[in-house]
Design a binder for this molecule. Sequence first.
Ligand SMILES: [Fe+2]
Ligand SMILES: [Fe+2]
Length: 138
Amino acid sequence: MATTAATKPKPFHLRDGLCVGSGAIDGDHQRLFAALDDAAAQMKGSGHGVAQTVFLDILSDLARHFSAEERILAAVGYAGLDHHRICHRVLMEQARAALAMGCDGEWPTALRLLSTAVLEHIAAEDCQVRPYLREGRS
Ligand SMILES: [Fe+2]
Ligand SMILES: [Fe+2]
């Protein structure tokens, strides 16, 4: 069967099973990966300035997401919040390193690195919060 635009797999997607159980957090995660997909499409054939703007917009969304997520984790009394905040700071440093790589002309690699880092964080850290969200400890 031929691959059409409708059936072509998206380069960046959130794996099944990575929902944390908060509509706000899961919604942000879905939007982040949709933004990465949009960025990959927008960067094709566009100049450095467009690619940089698109990437910086994603970093802003990521920073907003981390702040919102930390407020939710604090509200449910998540015991690992201090560690989680540190992980967010490290991930923002990785995101800025990816931006620098993009500015060196490696935008596809920058997007892939950012996507992988975010995915690993969701799987290893965000999913730890599920029991707290399920029990509604707010
Ligand atoms: Fe997180
Ligand atoms: Fe998150």
